[in-house]
Design a binder for this molecule. Structure first.
Ligand SMILES: Cc1ncc(COP(=O)(O)O)c(C=O)c1O
Length: 545
């Protein structure tokens, strides 16, 4: 019997409602209308309208986001697996995966490998709500009323515990390249002559032998002429950035950031209740004239290899920004996180070398040796050295001695430079393997950031579905590729980069893995709907004809 009138409407609406439940499906009827919490404490209604012009994945995204924002879905609660939800909603699994991926990318959901997917503890809208207008008074009121802390911030994506077989993760160097035997020897030698170093406090700014080596190293490789006293050793560039803010930033200060920006930096500035002024980058880095038109006191830049997009800041732009800093008394924070790896063209001088008094330079051994060492440094202008030393002592009383001693020996005996040259060779070959395989499989690919660093950015052709969908398709084939947000970047005011670009880190993969990864990616894209409105593609639209 054909349904008519109100009955047909009722059927259509009710049949499209289902409950998101973490319970297994076995006894689930065609539709479930469950109010309140289920046995696992999590149940919610979701409605899909198949006549709606919005795609099913968009509807899934929108409905879940609405319910998170309304507080119906509570922070920390689990969401059902994509398989279970797809079965309940009677939609393809990809629709759910794409909806979830977008919610993950935007920070509403958090995927915990091998455990499940959960509503984020700190929602993006809450974090954005931490505006510079929040006064200290407001914050203390909040903390009193909740008996909680005054900190508000969002978690940046630096950790990736996933075990994806071929993972183009942006933040990973090659574990096989770590000079383990040499390191063991250096540590043993250092221990043998440790003396009182393990039982006494050292200089909070770091071991002088290491500061001396770093001063020489940046002199010869980056043209930066400094005294060792200007170098402060810290547990990574992220902590160095914290020290810089402790020294130079107050709540409500304006700070210019590249857009898109390094998540770790941007979220740190947000958590300090600074006013972020994102300025969009192009292929030669940030818009320098726009920077010079601001009243900001600080600008955070990654000039050698913009994170996450990979652009190199042109010399002209560097000079424009430095003239502005000189004129206004502003400081440039130059994060030179991966400048050891440059494959094409001579490196441009560091901004610190061009404008020593106006630049605080951040360096790290996370890319050249390994992030687990947790060793980085900041180089301050002469006039900030005393204040930096006091602030550093208050921050942490000093850095672990043993690693500093081993690293100083490694640099002194030339081993570090030899290790760098070897790594440069490996990463150069891997970069070449990646670019040539992408060209073989996808034709004339639009890439950014290829000349330096350990990752590249790929601009998807205009006809492609958004980047997070491509990422999700790749994941079904055990390939990890990353959007701007999931790869450790953050885009403010829009989603041009988020939608249209993918990030691929290549340092930790062998050339064979890289080629296999790109081949599998092409396969996966061929068999999925990757262009807007098209049916299945028989071949990649980017493959050479
Ligand atoms: C832009 C940027 N700065 C700095 C770092 C390194 O930070 P850390 O020295 O704290 O490991 C990274 C991560 O690799 C990064 O992407």
């Amino acid at each position: 019997m054909k349904s008519t009138g109100a009955w047909a409407w009722f059927q259509k609406v009710v049949m499209n409602w289902t409950s998101i439940s973490a319970r297994p499906l076995a006894a689930t009827p065609n539709f479930v209308f469950a109010g309140g919490a289920d046995a696992l404490g999590f149940s919610v209604l979701i409605s899909l309208d198949r006549d709606n012009s919005q795609s099913l994945q968009e509807q899934i995204y929108t409905r879940i986001r609405e319910q998170i924002m309304a507080g119906v879905l509570r922070p920390g609660s689990p969401v059902p697996s994509s398989r279970i939800l797809a079965a309940q909603l009677k939609v393809s699994r990809n629709s759910v995966i794409f909806g979830y991926e977008r919610l993950i990318n935007e920070g509403y959901l958090v995927a915990r490998p091998m455990v499940g997917t959960f509503i984020a503890d700190i929602l993006p809208d809450q974090a954005v709500g931490a505006t510079p207008n929040d006064s200290t008074e407001d914050l203390s009121e909040i903390s009193e009323s909740r008996g909680a802390h005054v900190f508000s911030g969002r978690q940046h994506g630096i950790l990736n515990n996933s075990s994806i077989p071929i993972d183009f993760w942006t933040q990973r160097t090659d574990p096989r390249a770590f000079p383990l035997k040499t390191w063991r020897r250096l540590v043993m030698q250092s221990l043998a002559s440790a003396g009182h170093n393990l039982t006494e406090y050292g200089d909070p700014c770091g071991l002088m032998a290491l500061r001396t080596e770093i001063a020489e190293h940046v002199g010869s490789t980056r043209g930066i002429q400094v005294r060792p006293e200007q170098v402060v050793i810290l547990a990574g560039a992220q902590l160095a950035l914290n020290l810089v803010l402790r020294l130079l930033a107050s709540q409500g200060d304006e700070i210019v950031v590249e857009n898109p920006c390094n998540q770790g930096a941007a979220y740190l500035f947000e958590s300090h209740h600074m006013r972020l002024r994102p300025i969009t980058i192009d292929r030669s880095g940030i818009d320098a004239n726009a920077v010079a038109a601001t009243d900001a006191r600080l600008v955070y830049l990654t000039p050698s290899h913009q994170f996450p997009m990979g652009a190199t800041l042109s010399l002209e732009k560097r000079r424009t920004i430095l003239r502005w800093a000189q004129r206004t008394g502003a400081y440039v924070i130059e994060d030179d996180y991966d400048s050891e790896f440059r494959y094409d063209g001579a490196p441009l001088p560091a901004m610190k070398a061009l404008g020593p008094d106006h630049v605080i330079y951040l360096g790290t051994f996370s890319k050249s040796l390994g992030a687990g060492l947790r060793t980085g440094f900041a180089i301050f202008p002469e006039h900030l050295v005393d204040a930096a030393a006091t602030a550093k002592a208050l921050l942490d009383n000093g850095q672990v001695w043993l690693e500093q001693a081993a690293l100083a020996r490694f640099m002194q005996n030339g081993g570090f430079m030899r290790h760098l040259r070897r790594s440069q060779q490996h990463y150069f070959s891997r970069r070449n393997a990646l670019i040539s395989r992408m060209r073989e499989r996808f034709g004339d690919v639009d890439l950014l950031g290829t000349e330096a660093g350990t990752h590249i950015a790929w601009r998807l052709p205009a006809a492609f579905v958004p980047a997070h969908n491509i990422k999700a398709i790749a994941r079904t084939k055990n390939i990890g590729i990353y959007t701007v947000q999931s790869g450790g970047g953050h885009e403010y005011d829009g989603s041009q980069f988020e939608q249209n670009w993918l990030l691929l880190g290549y340092a930790s993969l062998s050339e064979d893995q890289i080629r296999a990864g790109i081949d599998r990616l092409e396969e996966a894209l061929k068999t999925n709907e990757i262009t807007h409105g098209s049916a299945q593609l028989s071949r990649s639209p980017l493959a050479p004809s």
